[in-house]
Design a protein around this ligand. Structure first.
Ligand SMILES: Cc1ncc(COP(=O)(O)O)c(C=O)c1O
Length: 410
């Protein structure tokens, strides 16, 4: 994380307090200047490859479209559900793929209609087994234009051939050139599907911080795991991608890899024609623990202090926005400003209240505000209808989140 000292944070808080003076918390906001600086970092790390934007980590149509406009090299959307991809396609976006398989027959039927209108630019679907192809063909119906699909490759690391552990996302079963070739050939032989891309998302590298404060042994173990896995991927992935290319018979539109925490490392694998990033724009707390990333926190929520049960405790309203994933302290939101606050170890962040302790809690009074950060990026947007967008010292806009648009995708 880009470091800010106490004086920087006090100035930042005064700016935010002034900008939001007339607005009652709780509310959420994005600092556009910080998001812009994150965009510069991400574009530079990915260069010369373009960056596809992971929309699950943005979850606001308006912010997503702003992000896409920030850099020439930000192109295309990695969508998280087919209904979301259809929503974005209806708004005119053309370069979309859904990063995860779908079993949504209704949305597939709608996709088939779109495929008839836009045979080369309708959203592509991620597949990794024949059952996905059966479902696509049966839901899309006979005689529909072929649905664009891409093969998800398993980048997980299996030390000792998987007898000891299988480290990485449990997603695709496709690991070898033989398996990839067989599956790619099946896609091209079927009348209902057309192979357009491939993806290998190394979540155990892109989404796992390697510099955890106070955990030197764990950080060292993560670095070793990631570097061994990268060695294995450098050997294995080129053959898998070559097999897919060969069986496709035509040039793939893209080979996608990476995520916010792995842009330079994924680029180094030499297989990708593009990388993905999403979380890096908001820079939530889970992305504070990467040696390779200097991001600036850009998305926040503001809570009011509503009671003071003891002199050392200031209790804020709500705030229990726990991030998804294996439960642990790293999934909790964290107070950011004023500095010198922490969560109470008994109550943490609660459904109706979040008691805050620490030196700064003594000075907080009913009606004061605290600025919090979520552990993950897009999930914050599931808690608020709108995001204020702050630029310089003032509010530039207020835009709906997906939730505010009445869109709940996951
Ligand atoms: C397929 C895929 N690609 C890329 C990413 C990286 O997204 P982000 O940069 O938001 O961490 C993810 C995150 O889960 C993902 O599932």
């Amino acid at each position: 994380m880009a470091t800010r000292n106490q004086a920087d944070l006090a100035r930042l808080q005064s700016r935010y307090d002034a900008a939001f003076e007339g607005i009652s918390p709780p509310f959420a906001f994005v600092d556009l200047d910080s998001m812009r600086s994150n965009a510069d970092v991400l574009a530079a790390q990915a260069a010369p490859l373009p960056v596809r934007i992971a929309s699950k980590s943005i979850r606001s149509t308006s912010v997503l479209e702003r992000v896409l406009g920030l850099e020439e090299s930000f192109r295309g959307i990695l969508s998280f559900t087919l209904p979301e991809a259809l929503h974005l396609a209806r708004r005119g976006h053309e370069d979309i793929f859904v990063g995860y398989p779908t079993a949504d027959r209704r949305a597939l039927a709608e996709l088939a209609l779109l495929a008839a209108e836009r045979p080369d630019t309708h959203p592509a679907l991620m597949v990794d087994e024949p059952a996905h192809l059966d479902l696509i063909e049966s839901a899309a119906g006979r005689g529909s234009a072929p649905i664009r699909v891409a093969i998800d490759i398993d980048p997980s690391w299996w030390p000792a051939r998987g007898r000891v552990a299988r480290i990485g996302p449990k997603r695709s079963p496709i690991r070898t050139p033989e398996h990839a070739r067989r599956f790619a050939a099946e896609i091209t032989e079927r009348p209902g599907t057309k192979l357009v891309g491939a993806m290998a998302y190394e979540g155990h590298i892109a989404g796992v911080g390697d510099d955890i404060p106070g955990r030197p042994m764990r950080s060292a173990a993560i670095r070793t795991m990631q570097s061994r896995s990268l060695d294995e991927l450098r050997e294995r992935l080129p053959g898998v991608v070559a097999a897919i290319r060969e069986a496709a018979g035509t040039e793939l539109e893209w080979v996608n890899a990476g995520g916010t925490g792995s842009l330079t490392r994924s680029k180094g694998l030499g297989i990708a024609t593009e990388l993905t990033s999403g979380s890096g724009f908001y820079a939530p707390t889970l992305f504070d623990t990467y040696r390779s990333l200097e991001l600036t926190p850009a998305a926040f929520f503001c809570l009011p202090i509503v009671r003071r049960p003891h002199p050392g405790v200031a209790t804020a309203l709500g705030g229990g926005y726990i991030a998804s994933g294996a439960p642990g302290r790293d999934r909790l939101p964290q107070p950011y400003m004023p500095t010198g606050l922490s969560l109470d170890s008994d109550e943490a962040a609660g459904e109706v209240q979040t008691p805050l302790v620490g030196a700064a809690a003594k000075k907080l009074r009913v009606g004061d505000r605290v600025y919090m950060r979520h552990a993950k990026a897009g999930e914050l947007c599931e808690r608020f209808d709108t995001l204020y967008l702050i630029e310089g010292d003032s509010i530039a806009d207020e835009v709906p989140t997906y939730r505010g648009e009445g869109l709940t995708f996951l």
